[in-house]
Ligand binder design. Sequence first.
Ligand SMILES: Nc1ncnc2c1ncn2[C@@H]1O[C@H](COP(=O)(O)OP(=O)(O)OP(=O)(O)O)[C@@H](O)[C@H]1O
Ligand SMILES: [Mg+2]
Length: 191
Amino acid sequence: MHANICDYLLDAVQNSIEAGAASVKVDLQETEDMLEVTVHDNGCGMSPEALEAAKDPFTTSPGKHDHRKVGLGIPFMLQHAETTGGMCDITSVPQEGTTIRCTFPLDHVDTPPVGDVVSTWVSALNYPGPHEMEICRSLSTGEAHGCYRIVRSELSEAAGGLEDAGALALVHAYIASLEASLTQHNEEKRS
Ligand SMILES: Nc1ncnc2c1ncn2[C@@H]1O[C@H](COP(=O)(O)OP(=O)(O)OP(=O)(O)O)[C@@H](O)[C@H]1O
Ligand SMILES: [Mg+2]
């Protein structure tokens, strides 16, 4: 069971990579009362029948899990978004790709916490493979307004790869500074 929204996001990113996407675009927009998550890929896509099956927890791709026959990412994300008054929309075209977009009202008592955004980006970027990934993150509340963008290939070049512990520590520190800058701008303006 997923404990927070970042877990769902990470699962959707993993689905995209497992679908053979060469490019994955992740967008996380946060306002005072709403969180919107979009994951777009150009992977293998799904037929309308496969998309319906993906919404069913008792479905997973053959061979994806050694000992289990259920796939939990999409059904839980859908159910959690909808039961908290948000929505989840999935569009998919075979051989073209998939877009999953969900909204979560932040003021609903059953909305899960957002989770650790910085560690989520590090984990998403760390999935092995030659794919490109673009992450866009924005925060717009009464207190803070800002956004940043991360491009996997650029970050990998700057950090000297995304595999070893040293490079990942560097990436984590860099992303933490981006995330902190979203709220710092406004603190500086106020002081
Ligand atoms: N972006 C995508 N592109 C193509 N197929 C997808 C995509 N996302 C999901 N699917 C299909 O939907 C199925 C269900 O996805 P879901 O995330 O719910 O479960 P899973 O990935 O199989 O297992 P789990 O998430 O529990 O590890 C996947 O097995 C895959 O066949
Ligand atoms: Mg999954």
